[in-house]
Design a protein around this ligand. Structure first.
Ligand code: FES
Length: 292
């Protein structure tokens, strides 16, 4: 695994374990998020701490770890949904209450703390019980020519990806899948709190070659269509300094061997979209008072 975080992954664990680590260990990790450090050792709201997650493998550049995955499901109308667990109030040892959204999925603990980095932990839609937010993945203004056929804000639908095995553009190679950019849980928040996402329908996930735990996760989080393609989702925010990377949108990606990868041109980080690996990071706590 090309995970350069400070903590090795214990790959034999079947369930993810999280916890709050000491301040000295946090110091090096949190430089990547350019956000406040002091509260992370004693979160006042919204969890935070040591979290394992599945994401796209980072293979080059200064980004410390991969992009976090959004597990997807498909509803009866063919809408793509980002799985958002039912929020529950937990009581800590000190008697204080915290609202969390986590569930067992694909053999691991999936928690919305996976997205608590780069300031996203302060976004209204990331609050587990956010008002007015749903699970629907929606298109944004569009990063690909084909998205001129859909409207900004429309739900992502399976019928728009039926030609996934034929789609290509001038940057990468054909046969990789069909991408779309969009938003998630951002219907009722100011524009600066929009959660950017990348969705790809692809047949490039070699499920049969994955280890057991990754295969179980991928089968649970990347639903397969009747035509064999799977839907794969990521939060599209670089783990380095929070830029929005591009998948086959940036001409200079090829110069960094990333024509078919997710490429962040802020400092040339590269993520492999079809290499899903278990990784770790220190999730930042949501703002104090968020659970009141
Ligand atoms: S590589 Fe620095 S923000 Fe993405």
């Amino acid at each position: 695994m090309a995970n350069d975080d400070k903590y090795p992954v214990e790959s034999d664990r079947r369930r993810f374990v999280k916890g709050v680590v000491g301040g000295s260990a946090l110091a090096g990790v949190l430089t990547t998020g350019a956000v406040a450090v002091s509260s992370a050792t004693a979160p006042t709201s919204g969890g935070g701490g040591f979290v394992n997650y599945f994401g796209a493998e980072r293979t080059a550049g200064p980004a410390p770890r991969g992009l976090p995955q959004i597990p997807i499901e498909i509803d009866d109308d063919g809408q793509l949904l980002g799985i958002w667990p039912e929020p529950e109030t937990q009581v800590r040892d000190d008697g204080t209450e915290v609202v969390e959204a986590s569930t067992e999925l694909g053999g691991v603990e999936y928690t919305t703390e996976w997205y608590q980095y780069c300031g996203v932990q302060t976004f209204g839609g990331i609050k587990p019980d956010a008002d007015g937010e749903d699970q629907v993945l929606r298109y944004d203004a569009g990063s690909y020519d084909w998205m001129s056929d859909v409207e900004n804000g429309d739900p992502m639908l399976t019928e728009h990806f039926e030609d996934y095995d034929e789609w290509t553009n001038d940057i990468g190679e054909p046969g990789q899948g069909k991408p779309a950019t969009g938003t998630w849980r951002s219907q009722n928040v100011p524009p600066e709190q929009t959660v950017p996402i990348l969705v790809i329908k692809t047949d490039q996930l070699n499920v049969e070659e994955m280890n057991d735990s990754t295969r179980e996760w991928v089968e649970a989080s990347c639903p397969q269509d009747e035509d064999g393609g799977r839907y794969l989702g990521y939060v599209n925010k670089c783990t380095h300094f929070c830029c929005a990377p591009g998948y086959r949108t940036l001409d200079d990606a090829a110069a960094f061997g990333a024509a078919n990868e997710i490429y962040c041109n802020c400092h040339n980080s590269v993520y492999k979209p079809f290499n899903i690996t278990e990784q770790q990071f220190v999730a930042l706590p949501r703002p104090a008072g968020d659970d009141e």
